[in-house]
Design a protein around this ligand. Structure first.
Ligand SMILES: Cc1cc2nc3c(=O)[nH]c(=O)nc-3n(C[C@H](O)[C@H](O)[C@H](O)COP(=O)(O)OP(=O)(O)OC[C@H]3O[C@@H](n4cnc5c(N)ncnc54)[C@H](O)[C@@H]3O)c2cc1C
Ligand code: FES
Ligand code: FES
Length: 1295
């Protein structure tokens, strides 16, 4: 059907890129239901009779666009645009059900949609305009807002720059929505329901219509699964290769959807979706006295946090129970609440209690294979009965729980003596477990501190996890069993007090963390009044493809239509970390249907490796593998499915080699490094240490990061058919590198390879070197088969194969005076580079160059090494080592403050560069703009007053602590090698006056094409609509540099400007001849040269490591960020507080690209927030990456957005080194996300001081709930015995 708008980002329900709306008609009630769902998990057969609306269905540029599409686009809610169709459809489905939603509805609707570029703020801003409460000025697009008190009241309304004009928005008119297809209504009303059977290549799907038939089918085929929402079965089939020859779909059996009430409770059909159960509970709760609905309310609360909207809309209640997940959210509550299920089989009906006997093990229940759960009984609670459900998860929403729990206690009337109690936990074993012994010890005892304190000891003995338990986090999970029980204890005491049973003061009420996202602020100056109305520079204009993103019309690599005979390539990767390959057997794979060929290193006619940093990296391993995930060969087949099956059938035999190296410590021990190792020094560090008042030595680790670009690595190589010519369509930041790689691999010259890049669905540094490997292999397949070959990695393979940001361990020694002056510092950095060198040495160099940050430390030494390990090779990632290196420096400064017992911001200020300054690599610069950023940020945040308020709060609160931090950055923009900073642009002016601009930058969400259009518009004095940018290609602009190092706009912008200036000058004679002519008339003239290619040489940048001096950046971008968080010390959960989390970034206002920059700043900050507080890569002891999808690896979601997020761009600064005085921000701002890390650390320090622990402490990044909770060192974490390292094999490596 060629509807390519719906995207695939994970295939497992975890990213929302594939969101569509499903509509159904109920003939009995003559009503329609509309709900969002993940297309990737929707079995087509399940959709019989349903209408599916994709993003193309709601609006397009060819007809009209829908208000949702318009508002997300105009609010700058799309950057790379890959997530946008999914966002649009989630919001659209919400509006179909609720045309005036609340902000809570909006955030719930978007909770399951991931975006890696925007940081969600602009998307929320766009969607907020549909909300009823969106009547304040900020929500309507004003930069200054009445609600946050930051507005500038003196400025007349018309002068305030607006991000978007709400008045321009199309109104939402529900009467204009698509109607449900009448033929489907007719079908539903007239059709005689009969069994449907669909036959597939390997699976048969049967959908019976009656319970009787269902029972017979299940009796005959007990092994066939009952597929309802397919959210458990689907991922198993897709990712674990499970094959079900027969699938039974009970979705048309009405008994499974019936709801009935009894005096004791409610029977709910097992087929009801979790969203339907939620709606039912919401309807029931107000109908009964509060005491009867304790269980209903707890279930409802837990359902609100389970999965995401799209999952809840399809996942069934029965499916959730029977799936028996170890960390199920519902099962602990259902079990604690004495629920039961009614099941049926050919043997008859029975009722089975949902208790500890029901859950037998991982995914196993007591039910017989042929039994079908028909309904679930949820009892009403009695007077004196309290039920609570809690969960703690790696991310606040859209995340399986680390530990979930359901707790119930029953008191006889007017008494605090416990009659009955149930405590069930998820996440504490292979299935839901009961703390039965603890319950027995509580029964007949008064509910008080004494009873509970005994209960903690018993539960600790009862719910034991071995130190190597699957899932890891053993101490944290164990401590959660206690702290969640403590939370229950407090809530029950409060209830007993509210019902006048006891008079005790409840120690502290633990309110939930705040969650409503408030309007944000982006402060920038309006363009000058003198600027021509047509000149777009400095005006908030939309990303030029925004509407295309929102309508799904924007074309990405995998949207390119299939060519005749096209093949798909799947990669066979190593399953061993360090081994000899003894045999590669492809015979079985070649027998499979659709498999055409297998490509190995022997098929490469040219270079079998890629040269990187003076070393050779094999494209496909021939004799030896050095990490799990290394590519060995590739299978080409006529479809993705066939290629996948072919890959699974290739048999590789290995002989393990001894002693693989995984961790940084192992690499140090074995001196396993890539050379050269680098060092830099100014002053005399050794001597200085002898003269300082105090010395402190510390160590810190920081985890890596997965790029998680929403569009996975994608490419299509097409043999043109003559003279060895190839067209390569690829998602890459570096078309020229790809061209070179393909040419060298195939042994042909570069002029036979044309690389085309239309747009990229996010890259962040990950689509340069790794993409060239992949495309080289794909080109070999295209050459060998002489057919077009496409390769699009599945998310799991992408994460496994392509590496990411380098994990770092740093050791430091710092010498300082008692007045706070840091006199000497010695830092040693070790990065985990993985099995090949890639750009790892360059990453280390960049780290060392930036290690002074904004501090004038007179004696400073840095040493850095890239460790060679047997993990997948790491590569460039936004910031290129700076986010890691600077975290260590700032942590060191924090430690100095902690030793001296002074506020960290004071120590920062004491040590900052001031006046004319020189870096540790002898570069002169002025820190004036930085100091302005610092002062402005403190002022805007009301820093001193807030600090006082935070300290006051902490004195009064034991279990919740607040923390604050203010963090600076000085970032050198551009590549340290001059040749990488050059750019070129080709500008065509056609006779009709239309202009085609081509330049070397690739569009990956940063809006480079929009910015280039602005440049050309200004220089040619024509409106932007006359200018078009089609793609980046090597046959128009050759030998380009990668779009990276935050320098793409600077370099290419200058080239476009130059080319346009020259063309405009060339038109001068014609313009003079005909001064009243139009642009079109000037160009429709034979004398005019209408094409110009301008190549711009980059600045002379270098770094001389021998002399330890250089100019490795063209200029500095400065920035400061201040964050405040509230931390729940019992669970480690935190929230960035709604008190102005602020960022000041040094930019020039008038002549820049504010809107695109503001939004990029927000996105980069969120990526930093993810890096420092959330994202964790986990490797098995044998070196296998566990975290291979959004279910295991959590990037920030909409729930992580700072509740208030203000961005200010520093006015009146100048930058002669870049286009219109703009500054690169894509990379620097990532580090500013660390202000959240340091704010969490500050809150943890406050908690520790309650336990008498003061002074510096080790706290690694990311500051996950686990780390924060354990570091708080509460009475609960203190109880958990720690296992001696080395006495067990941990579940995951500490790489
Ligand atoms: C991205 C994602 C996030 C998730 N997050 C969470 C979370 O946070 N918390 C949580 O608890 N869960 C979570 N889940 C799990 C989800 O809730 C369950 O997969 C879902 O409830 C299972 O229901 P289903 O209808 O999709 O089951 P299906 O996949 O259709 O079936 C699952 C199993 O149940 C059996 N089954 C289904 N119905 C019946 C019946 N009536 N009688 C007997 N057997 C039956 C099937 O035979 C099959 O074995 C998540 C899942 C995904 C994909
Ligand atoms: S692709 Fe369907 S949710 Fe990610
Ligand atoms: S715009 Fe959301 S992933 Fe790129």
């Amino acid at each position: 059907v060629r509807l390519t708008g719906t995207k695939s980002g994970c295939g497992g329900g975890g990213c929302g890129a594939c969101t569509v709306m499903v509509s159904r008609y109920q003939p009995a009630t003559k009503t329609f239901t509309h709900y969002s769902a993940n297309a990737c998990l929707l079995p087509l057969c399940q959709l019989h009779g349903a209408a599916v609306t994709t993003v193309e269905g709601i609006g397009s540029t060819k007809t009209t666009i829908h208000p949702v599409q318009e508002r997300i686009a105009k609010a700058h809610g799309s950057q790379c645009g890959f997530c946008t169709p999914g966002m649009v459809m989630s919001m659209y489905a919400l509006l179909r059900n609720k045309p005036q939603p609340t902000m809570e509805d909006v955030t719930q609707a978007l909770a399951g949609n991931l975006c890696r570029c925007t940081g969600y703020r602009p998307i929320v801003d766009g969607c907020r305009t549909f909300c009823q409460e969106a009547n304040c000025c900020q929500a309507n697009g004003d930069a200054n807002c009445c609600r946050n008190g930051d507005g500038n009241p003196e400025k007349p309304e018309e002068e305030k720059p607006r991000l978007f004009e709400k008045e321009e928005f199309l109104p939402l008119d529900p009467t204009q929505e698509l109607i449900f297809p009448p033929e489907l209504i007719l079908m539903a009303e007239t059709a005689n329901p009969e069994t449907l059977t669909f036959y597939g290549e390997r699976t048969t799907w049967v959908s019976p219509t009656s319970l009787e038939e269902l029972v017979q089918l299940k009796a005959k085929h007990p092994k066939a699964p009952l597929v309802m929402g397919n959210t458990n079965i689907g991922p198993d089939i897709k990712f674990k290769g499970v094959l079900h020859p027969l699938i039974i779909s009970p979705s048309r059996v009405k008994e499974l959807f019936e709801v009935s009430e009894t005096p004791q409770g409610v029977w709910v059909g097992a087929g009801c979706s979790l969203s339907e159960v939620r709606s039912l509970l919401e309807k029931l709760v107000p109908q009964f006295p509060e005491e009867k609905t304790e269980l209903l309310r707890s279930l409802n609360q837990q359902l609100g946090n389970l999965g995401n909207q799209q999952i809840r809309n399809v996942a069934s209640l029965g499916g959730n129970i029977v799936s028996a997940y170890p960390n199920s959210d519902l099962n602990p509550v259902l079990a604690a609440g004495n629920c039961k299920v009614s099941v049926i089989s050919s043997g008859g009906r029975r009722e089975v209690p949902l208790n500890q006997d029901f859950f037998m093990g991982f995914g196993k229940t007591i039910l017989n294979p042929e039994e079908i759960v028909v309904s679930v009984f949820i009892p009403f609670t009695r007077k004196g009965e309290f039920v609570r459900a809690f969960r703690q998860a790696p991310r606040k929403e859209a995340s399986f729980a680390t530990v979930s729990t359901g707790m119930r206690v029953f008191f006889s009337e007017g008494s605090r003596v416990v009659q009955d109690v149930s405590l069930y936990y998820g996440g504490m074993g292979p299935t839901t477990v009961s703390a039965a012994k603890t319950c027995t010890a509580i029964v007949a005892k008064p509910w008080d501190d004494e009873t509970l304190s005994k209960a903690y000891d018993i539960i600790l003995d009862e719910l034991v996890l071995p130190p190597s338990a699957p899932g890891g986090k053993v101490e944290f999970r164990r401590s959660l069993t206690l702290s969640l029980l403590f939370k229950f204890h407090l809530e029950v005491l409060q209830k007993l007090r509210d019902t006048n049973v006891i008079k005790d003061e409840v120690p502290e009420k633990i309110w939930p963390l705040p969650r409503e996202i408030q309007p944000s602020l982006q402060e920038f100056q309006a363009v000058s009044k003198d600027q021509s109305a047509q000149d777009p520079v400095g005006r908030p204009i939309m990303h030029r493809s925004a509407v295309g993103h929102a309508t799904g019309e924007a074309v990405y690599c995998d949207d390119i239509p299939k060519t005749d005979g096209e093949l798909f390539l799947g990669l066979v990767t190593s399953s061993r970390a360090h081994a000899k390959i003894t045999a590669v057997d492809v015979s079985q794979a070649l027998q499979l249907p659709g498999v055409v060929d297998v490509v190995t290193a022997h098929d490469i006619p040219g270079m079998k490796f890629r040269p990187m940093s003076g070393q050779e990296e094999e494209l496909m391993a021939e004799t030896e593998v050095s990490c799990i995930g290394q590519i060995i060969c590739a299978v080409v087949a006529d479809s993705r499915a066939h290629a996948k099956r072919g890959v699974a059938a290739v048999k590789i035999s290995y002989e393990d080699l001894p002693d693989p190296v995984f961790t940084i410590e192992e690499a140090i021990e074995k001196s396993s490094y890539y050379e050269p190792r680098r060092s830099i020094e100014r002053g005399n560090v050794t001597e200085a240490f002898e003269k300082v008042d105090q010395i402190y030595e510390g160590e810190m680790r920081m985890g890596g990061q997965e790029h998680f670009y929403m569009e996975t690595q994608s490419m299509l190589v097409v043999p043109v058919g003559e003279e060895m010519e190839f067209d390569v369509y690829v998602s890459t930041q570096s078309p020229s590198a790809i061209q070179e790689a393909v040419a060298e691999t195939l042994g042909i010259s570069s002029n036979r390879v044309t690389c085309h890049v239309k747009r990229i669905g996010g890259a962040f540094g990950g689509k340069v070197t790794k993409t060239s490997h992949l495309v080289s292999i794909t080109s070999v397949a295209a050459l060998k088969t002489n057919r077009a070959v496409r390769c699009v990695l599945e998310r799991g393979d992408d994460m496994l194969i392509t590496g990411g940001r380098h994990p770092v361990m740093a050791r430091y020694k710092v010498g300082f005076m008692n007045d706070g002056r840091i006199v000497a510092a010695d830092m040693e950095y070790f990065t985990n580079a993985g099995n090949t060198i890639d750009e790892s040495v360059l990453v280390v160099e960049k780290m060392l160059v930036h290690m002074d940050n904004v501090y004038n430390i007179p004696n400073l030494r840095g040493r850095g090494a890239a460790c060679r390990t047997n993990l997948p090779s790491n590569t460039a990632f936004r910031g290129f080592g700076v986010p890691q290196g600077l975290l260590m420096v700032e942590n060191m400064v924090n430690d100095v403050a902690a030793v001296l017992g002074r506020p960290a911001d004071e120590i920062r200020e004491i040590n900052m560069y001031r006046g004319p300054s020189v870096t540790h690599y002898k570069l002169e610069f002025s820190p004036e703009n930085f100091l302005r950023c610092w002062d402005e940020c403190k002022l805007k945040c009301d820093y001193s007053a807030r600090r006082k308020a935070v300290d006051q709060f902490n004195q009064q609160s034991r279990w919740k602590k607040r923390g604050m931090s203010i963090i600076p950055i000085k970032y050198g923009v551009a590549f340290a090698e001059s040749f990488l900073n050059q750019a070129a642009a080709l500008v065509h002016i056609y006779k009709d006056g239309s202009v085609l601009v081509t330049h070397g930058g690739t569009e990956m969400g940063q809006g480079i094409h929009t910015k280039m259009q602005q440049v050309a518009s200004r220089e040619l004095h024509i409106p932007t609509w006359k200018i078009y940018i089609s793609e980046t290609s090597t046959n128009t602009v050759p030998n380009t540099c990668p779009s990276a190092a935050s320098f793409g706009t600077d370099a290419n912008g200058m080239a476009v400007k130059n080319a346009c200036e020259i063309l405009y000058q060339r038109l001068e004679p014609v313009r003079k001849k005909n001064p009243n002519g139009t642009w079109e008339s000037w160009n429709n003239h034979e004398e005019v040269i209408i094409v110009f290619l301008c190549v711009l040489r980059g600045e002379d940048l270098y770094m001389d490591w021998e002399k330890m001096e250089g100019r490795p950046g063209a200029y500095f971008t400065f920035g400061v960020s201040c964050s405040e968080v509230e931390l729940n010390c019992l669970t480690g959960d935190y929230r960035v507080r709604p008190k102005k989390s602020s960022l000041i970034v040094d930019f020039v206002m008038h002549f820049s690209f504010e809107t695109l920059f503001c939004r990029q700043i927000e996105g980069a900050f969120m990526q930093g927030l993810g890096l420092y507080t959330l994202e964790e890569l986990k490797f098995s002891p044998s070196g296998l990456l566990y975290t291979r999808g959004p279910s295991q690896y959590k990037i920030p979601a909409v729930c992580d957005v700072p509740l208030r997020f203000n961005v200010y761009l520093l006015p009146d600064s100048d930058n002669p080194h870049a286009i219109y005085s703009s500054k690169g921000i894509g990379e620097p701002v990532v580090f500013l996300g660390s202000s959240v890390f340091f704010a969490i650390k500050d809150a943890v320090a406050a908690a520790r001081s309650d336990s008498g622990l003061v002074g510096p402490f080790t706290f690694s990044s990311p500051a996950t709930p686990e780390r924060a909770c354990l570091a708080c060192n509460s009475q609960f974490t203190q109880k958990i015995p720690t296992s001696k390292p080395g006495s067990f094999k941990p579940w995951a490596l500490n790489i």
